[in-house]
Design a protein around this ligand. Sequence first.
Ligand SMILES: CC(C)[C@H](C(=O)O)[C@@H](O)C(=O)O
Ligand code: SF4
Length: 485
Amino acid sequence: MSTLQNSPKTLFEKVWQQHIVAEPAGEPSIIYIDLHLVHEVTSPQAFDGLRMAGRKLRRPDRTVATVDHNVPTSSIEDRLHILDQIASKQIEALRKNCADFGVELFDVQSPDQGIVHIIGPELGLTKPGMTIVCGDSHTSTHGAFGALAFGIGTSEVEHVMATQTLPQDKPKTFRINVEGALSPGVTAKDIVLHIIGEIGTAGATGYVVEYAGSAIRTLSMEGRMTVCNMSIEAGARAGMIAADATTFAYLKGRRFSPADTAWDESVTHWSQLVTDAGAIFDRELTLNAADITPTVSWGTSPGMVTGVKSTVPMADPAASEADQKAFERALEYMGLHSGEPIEEIKIDRVFLGSCTNARIEDLRAAASVVRGYHVATTVRAMVVPGSQSVKAQAEKEGLDKIFTEAGFDWREPGCSMCLGMNPDILAPGERCASTSNRNFEGRQGRGGRTHLVSPQMAAAAAITGHFTDIRAWQFKDQIAQKEAK
Ligand SMILES: CC(C)[C@H](C(=O)O)[C@@H](O)C(=O)O
Ligand code: SF4
């Protein structure tokens, strides 16, 4: 027993062990849940279930709700009078449920409203070492803080509401090391798109992924959240990054962060939540940061990606018949053909938003590309800040002006065009450079064509009207000067 206790452990194992309530033989472990995040789409039946069973919500103080998926982003007026019947019903239900069960709700008029995975971290609700769940697959975002965070289904939402626990089979562990320095213009989004391109959309199924290595350590919290956010697109149960000085600096002083002596105690505890030297993972992979270039998805799954300087790929004759069919189908749906240079693909729309890339740093990066330019006449572009707080900060910095002067639409926070659940959708056949995380058929509206890119790449595409290598864009003034001589 003592050798087992002293043996080196992974970050995941430490957090898992600290949350085991019970380990019934032959059954999933019962895990304690520290924080339950709630949004309007996956909570109504769960609250109804509690009501029908005559049960209370066990820990309203560990439950927080917001509205994000369904809310229009056009104007405050539109958000207060939602025309869509389903959206309006779900939001009304959430209001009533939160009032009845004593849950704090960040509603459309709250200065803290926003996409659930953006507001958790920015309020300091998300903390290292926690277990965090939400009826939403991109809950993996919170793993950027060294938390064990994963999406759950509606029946599990009800279970957590009633008991503050969850039965869970212990996942396997997978460490992905990204080593070396990223080239200028290459971002966290490119890292994660590249990883999914390498391992495939089922490459991490059954695993909790820990991202490590020098390229990950140098990422900001925003960048780490982008990486962890898309873990689910590789099939992972969760993504995690050990907390460090960057994490502590981000959390210090946030509304729900510990203060005073509790802060110091927390940092001492959090600092221990790292993978011990010699700990063994079920799987390990090391990638070289220098191999990653600005990445663009060309198909209908987040694994169908390539570098911006590349071309739409050829069918792989060695692939299975099913894979070849899926490949052909993706090309047909996307209206592309093999060999087409990525930089020649023209776009109609640009969406800068979502829980992947709508944090302040994303908006700053995009604004720095856009400043002084105008959106191409053939393109409609929009910026949807991830939260009210991101929006307010961006406005304080004048980023909204940079975007609107360039011809972008500046919107109210929400999931928006990340998914077709609100009025922000593509028309059939429209092609969009999007900073979101999913490019499935119809994801942004029926017949819509989604290309996943970083905020910088989306911004450059908005200006030129086609995918453009951001690495060249960064030096555009120098190139122009040389040409003028
Ligand atoms: C609506 C919700 C259940 C869904 C999810 O779980 O991820 C959504 O957020 C998405 O991104 O597709
Ligand atoms: S922004 Fe998109 S991915 Fe994120 S929670 Fe909303 S719909 Fe899901």
